[in-house]
Design a binder for this molecule. Structure first.
Ligand code: SAM
Length: 222
C-alpha cells in the first residue's frame, strides 16, 4: 500500500470509530462497508483530504455526497440481506451505491444528471463494482422492468413519497425516503407487508431536491 492509501485508511478508521460506531450504527455489514470503501475517490481531488469529515461535500452540478453518518443510518435502516435487490434514486457520486453493493446481491441506481451519471459509472467500473446497474433518467418513476425491489433508498428530498416507488417495493420490502419541503425533511422509513404500508419517522434531515415527475418541478430559467 502506498503512503497516500495508508493515510486514507487511517482516516477511514477514525471516521468509523468517531462518527459511525459511537453514534449507534451496529450493523456489521454497514460498518465494514464504510471501513472498506475509498470515499476520497468519490470527491474531486481538491476535496480528498476532507472526504472523511463529518459533513456532506459538493460533487459538482450543485449536488452533494451525503455525510458519512447519514449514509450509514439510511443503509442500516434498510435491514439488508445479502441476496437483496436494492433500488437507489440519486446516484450522485456513486458512494451510497458502493456501500449497498458491498452488502447486497444487486444494486440498481438512477441519476438524472448525465455528467454525474458518467462520472459515477466510470469510477464504479474502475473499482470493479460489477453488481451495480445504472440508468440516467428521472428516478421518480422507479425501474419498472426490474421491480419489485427488496429495498428502495431515495437520496434526495421529496415533497411526498413517490407512489410509483411504493408500487415497486416487494411485500416484505423496506424503503427510506426524505420527505418534506425544499429546505428540510424527515427521514421516513416504510415497511410493506401483507397488511399494507407502515411508516415511521427517523428524524430530521436535509437533502438536495428530488426533481422529477413525482418530485419537485425543475425551476425554469427562461
Ligand atoms: N447518493 C449520492 C452519493 O452517494 O453521492 C448522493 C446523492 S445527492 C444528495 C442527490 C442526487 O439525486 C443528485 O445527484 C441529484 O442529481 C439526484 N436526483 C435528484 N432528483 C432525481 C431524480 N428524479 N432521479 C434521479 N436522480 C435524481
Amino acid at each position: 500500500m502506498n503512503k497516500e492509501a495508508i493515510k486514507y485508511e487511517r482516516q477511514r478508521d477514525e471516521m468509523v470509530r468517531h462518527q459511525i460506531k459511537s453514534r449507534g450504527i451496529k450493523d456489521p455489514n454497514v460498518v465494514a462497508a464504510l471501513r472498506t470503501i475509498p470515499r476520497h475517490l468519490f470527491v474531486s481531488e481538491a476535496l480528498r483530504d476532507q472526504a472523511y469529515g463529518d459533513y456532506p461535500l459538493p460533487i459538482g452540478e450543485q449536488q452533494t455526497i451525503s455525510q458519512p453518518y447519514i449514509v450509514a443510518e439510511m443503509t442500516q435502516a434498510l435491514d439488508l440481506h445479502k441476496d437483496d435487490r436494492v433500488l437507489e434514486i440519486g446516484t450522485g457520486s456513486g458512494y451510497q451505491a458502493a456501500v449497498l453493493a458491498e452488502i447486497v446481491f444487486r444494486v440498481y441506481t438512477i441519476e438524472r444528471i448525465r455528467a454525474l451519471y458518467i462520472q459515477a459509472r466510470n469510477l464504479l467500473d474502475k473499482l470493479h463494482y460489477h453488481n451495480i446497474v445504472m440508468r440516467c433518467t428521472d428516478g421518480t418513476a422507479g425501474w419498472q422492468a426490474e421491480s419489485p425491489f427488496d429495498a428502495i433508498i431515495v437520496t434526495a428530498g421529496a415533497p411526498e413519497v413517490p407512489a410509483k416507488l411504493l408500487d415497486q417495493l416487494a411485500e416484505g420490502g423496506r424503503m427510506i425516503v426524505p420527505v418534506g419541503n425544499q429546505h428540510s425533511q424527515d427521514l421516513i422509513k416504510i415497511i410493506k407487508d401483507k397488511r399494507g404500508v407502515h411508516k415511521s419517522n427517523l428524524g430530521g434531515c436535509r437533502f438536495v431536491k428530488l426533481i422529477g415527475a413525482q418530485g419537485w418541478k425543475e425551476k425554469r430559467t427562461d
